[in-house]
Design a binder for this molecule. Structure first.
Ligand code: GTP
Ligand code: MG
Length: 137
């Protein structure tokens, strides 16, 4: 597929990094297919991250992800999932490559500024979690 899904997480949104992050995404060659500001409830965050429900950080993760507004977006580019994960860098910003979005904007492994889908299948599922079919044109 040529699409992926991203979120600007509450830490980055709250610090005013949304514009800089979206600019870097667009400059890297991604087209914005769908975009919205929204806020997850703890329950919706738990649903989104259900795959991590057995992890020790699940409660911290879902509390954080429901702590403030986020930006959700579907992005389009050749090789979107892999290229976007390269653009954002490692989960832990201390290990993220120079120039990556997490290196520039993330504070810690928990508050790591952005989400990027890890597979084509999950990109489709996650995009449809936030956007109806007619918004994904
Ligand atoms: P996402 O793009 O957000 O899915 O990040 P990822 O794919 O790089 O990491 P992963 O899917 O393994 O983990 C999902 C999210 O859980 C991470 O982005 C972090 O926000 C959070 N997370 C992962 N490991 C830890 C941890 O050890 N502590 C805390 N507090 N959060 C973690
Ligand atoms: Mg992940």
């Amino acid at each position: 597929s040529n699409r992926t899904f991203t979120m600007v997480k509450p830490d980055a949104f709250g610090k005013g990094f949304t514009g800089g992050i979206l600019d870097q995404i667009i400059q890297a060659g991604f087209r914005i297919v769908a975009l919205k500001v929204t806020k997850l409830t703890k329950e919706k965050a738990g649903e989104f991250y259900a795959v991590h429900s057995e992890r020790p950080f699940y409660d911290e993760l879902t509390t954080f992800m429901s702590s403030g507004p986020i930006v959700a977006a579907i992005l389009e580019k050749d090789n979107a999932v892999e290229d976007f994960r390269t653009l954002i860098g490692a989960t832990n910003p201390a290990q993220a490559a120079e120039g990556t979005i997490r290196k520039k904007y993330a504070a810690s492994v928990g508050e790591n500024a952005v989400h990027g889908s890890d597979s084509d299948e999950n990109a489709q599922i996650e995009g449809s979690f936030f956007f109806s079919a007619f918004e994904q044109f």
